[in-house]
Design a protein around this ligand. Structure first.
Ligand SMILES: Cc1cc2nc3c(=O)[nH]c(=O)nc-3n(C[C@H](O)[C@H](O)[C@H](O)COP(=O)(O)O)c2cc1C
Length: 356
């Protein structure tokens, strides 16, 4: 029976354990999208994770959604990530960048006036934080068909930039209501140009982006994160048959690529987990979603049952850099200070204590 604390081969890598650090935005990057002075320390402190998936990283200036998130589209950003990669590798860890294009979950004030784009001109309901307070989500400009290859190319170039920076690979963010997820869902994708309409057509842009990244740096260094029907950021997938058909079309199309992993943020009881895992055929990383904080027993059960090759763990890693050791020794955990999750400097970022 596989065990959470045993190694596993995923893509190019042998993970020393099956506890993956889930991607978590911390909005501490410089205004130019460079990882800040503490980022290398933050990730190095967590290098005993089997694999680190970074916070969402924009593949282009337009792709930024929130203030102070890092990018991978300028030479200076590549240099910034090189310091992070070197620090994690010196500590024996593995780290891939999560490529996150926010699509409509973005505001020009958060990205030096850059416009907001999405599959269709459908605004998210509600407001988002900006430097001047909460503002309504803007109505995005629908990407033209002619532009789509450029956006695919942004993912391709960012994947190359990640490898140039010495990172071990990339995960494309197809979850939680951001650009790729907006293509998958019928409410946010009302296109009539071959990239919308049917499940396979809605999956097409995601397939093209993943394929481009895989061709650029090798499929064994590329993963994809999806979260069928999770409803984050106002995304609606409320027709279970349509949702299942869309994700089946997506996974069937990417399965032949031989990607490193498929990362599902999903209720483990959802039958789509087994269905999509079987279709994918390669290693599956599971995250149980936002509803409850991942705990050790849940993670171990997922691995022992064979549902997950590895488990992605988010919030516990914020406050416990040595989470793997703590779980192995069933030691008590530090609590997350909610006031320092987003933004700020070292406090709540690199000052959580380790055991002993
Ligand atoms: C502060 C914070 C930031 C997050 N940022 C991202 C992100 O950038 N990309 C992403 O895919 N998920 C993001 N997530 C979701 C986590 O990856 C994970 O799915 C979620 O926290 C649930 O897992 P957990 O119970 O282990 O925390 C974020 C979660 C938190 C708490």
């Amino acid at each position: 029976m596989p065990d959470l604390f045993e190694p596993v081969n995923i893509g190019k890598w042998t993970l020393p354990n099956r506890i993956v650090m889930a991607p978590m935005t911390r909005t501490r990057a410089t205004p130019d999208g460079l990882p800040n002075e503490h980022a290398a320390t933050y990730y190095r402190q967590r290098a005993t994770a089997g694999l680190i998936i970074t916070e969402g990283v924009q593949p282009s200036a337009v792709g930024q959604g929130y203030p102070n998130t890092p990018g991978l589209h300028t030479p200076e950003q590549v240099d910034g990530w090189r310091a992070v990669a070197d620090a994690v590798h010196a500590a024996g860890g593995l780290i891939v960048a999560q490529l996150m294009h926010a699509g409509r979950i973005a505001h020009p004030d958060n990205k030096h006036g850059q416009e907001t784009v999405a599959p269709s001109a459908v605004a998210a309901e509600g407001t988002m934080g900006t430097a001047s307070g909460k503002q309504p989500y803007p109505t995005p400009r629908a990407l033209t068909t002619d532009e789509l290859p450029q956006v695919v190319d942004e993912f391709r170039r960012a994947a190359r930039a990640a490898v140039d920076a010495g990172l071990d690979g990339v995960e494309l963010h197809g979850a939680n209501g951001y650009l790729l997820h907006q293509f998958l869902a019928p409410t946010t994708n009302q296109r009539t140009d071959g990239y919308g309409g049917s499940p396979a057509a809605r999956a097409r842009f995601v397939v093209e982006a993943v394929t481009a990244a895989a061709q650029e740096i090798g499929p064994e260094r590329v993963g994809l994160r999806i979260s069928p029907a999770n409803g984050a950021n106002g995304l609606v997938e409320d027709d279970p048959a349509e949702t299942a058909a869309t994700y089946r079309a997506l996974v069937d199309a990417i399965a032949p690529l031989g990607l490193a992993f498929l990362h599902l943020s999903i209720d483990p009881a959802d039958p789509l987990l087994a269905d999509l895992s079987a279709r994918f055929g390669g290693p599956v990383i599971v995250n149980t979603g936002f509803a409850s904080v991942t705990d050790r027993d849940t993670a171990q059960t997922l691995v022992r049952s064979g549902k997950a090759a590895a488990v992605a763990v988010g919030r516990p890693f914020i406050a416990n850099p040595d989470l793997v050791r703590r779980w192995r020794e069933s030691a008590p955990l530090n609590e997350v200070d909610q006031s320092t999750v987003y933004g700020g400097g070292a406090p709540g970022y690199i000052d959580y204590p380790t055991l002993g």
